[in-house]
Design a protein around this ligand. Structure first.
Ligand SMILES: Nc1ncnc2c1ncn2[C@@H]1O[C@H](COP(=O)(O)OP(=O)(O)O)[C@@H](O)[C@H]1O
Ligand SMILES: [Mg+2]
Length: 264
């Protein structure tokens, strides 16, 4: 696989996706061209129904486009078998779903261990990894809680812990601060920023303009197309939130933060 930093990790050409048939047919992604480099932190905005979740699902190999090209690490992936897609997903991609999608009948720790079930990791080892990941989110005391016993912010952090447990290099987050208050939202974004500073690629859908200040590129969508695509510089973090450092093992230390936001 290509690992060069200049080569795009994700490349889309004329990507289209339609839903429905006949009169009900709707073009949800309408010829998307997009290149994403390794280590970018991208925020995607746009009105409800413009195709943001569909785009993330295609990027995360949960859904197939109808036409167009999708290259991941320089390889075409749009026509792979579902087994091969699942393999790539479990090795490379972490998902934070819009609705969190915790499995209600599984405890917190079992939810977090879930992505490892597809990687051949033993159950005991999976639980150990899940526990370590929950620790970085200060959730060890909640390991054996059931999802319904958690607050909104805790549920969110469990969902993020689960997305990270397989050490993915691409994180796809669909409105990860959806129903959270401002302070909890910034805590979540600080966590994502840490992961970004460790060299991972983050693609985050958000409806909150405040949250785009964490991104170095902001894309807006309209009617299944990319409307604007703006490179920014991440705002110096002067926020007074309790910024918890998520230390993810052997990854490199965060680099110096960039200066004030400015449009290029
Ligand atoms: N599985 C599906 N079947 C049919 N229509 C869908 C499906 N998923 C999404 N859509 C439609 O595609 C459009 C875009 O949806 P979505 O990607 O969820 O938008 P967004 O995340 O920007 O709100 C919407 O009109 C939605 O109703
Ligand atoms: Mg959506």
């Amino acid at each position: 696989m290509k690992k060069s930093t200049s080569a795009p990790v994700i490349s889309l050409r004329g990507l289209t996706k339609r839903y429905g048939i006949g009169d009900a047919e709707q073009t949800v992604l309408d010829g998307i061209d997009l290149e994403i480099k390794k280590g970018e932190f991208i925020a995607i905005m746009g009105p409800s129904g413009c195709g943001k979740t569909t785009l993330l699902n295609v990027l995360g190999l949960l859904d197939k486009p109808d036409s167009g090209e999708y290259q991941l690490d320089g390889k075409n992936v749009e026509r792979l078998t579902s087994a091969k897609r699942a393999e790539i997903r479990s090795g490379r991609i972490g998902f934070v779903f819009q609705s969190f999608n915790l499995v209600p009948r599984l405890s917190v720790i079992e939810n977090v261990a879930l992505p490892l079930a597809y990687t051949g990791t033993s159950h005991v080892k999976s639980l150990k990894k899940a526990s370590a990941m929950l620790g970085t989110f200060h959730l060890n005391e909640r390991e054996y809680y059931m999802p319904w016993q958690l607050s909104g912010g805790q549920t969110q952090r469990v969902a993020i812990a689960r997305a990270l447990v397989n050490d993915p290099s691409i994180i796809l987050a669909d409105e990860p601060t959806g129903n959270l208050d401002s302070k909890s939202s910034h805590v979540i974004l600080e966590e994502l920023s840490d992961i970004h500073r460790r060299g991972n690629t983050i693609i985050m859908v958000t409806h909150n303009p405040d949250m785009t200040t964490y991104a170095d590129r902001v894309i807006t969508m309209l009617d299944g197309r990319i409307d604007t695509d703006t490179k920014t510089t991440i705002v110096q973090n002067t926020r007074s939130v309790t910024s918890k450092k998520v230390s993810l093992g052997s990854r490199t230390k965060p680099t110096a933060k960039k200066s004030k936001k400015e449009k290029k």
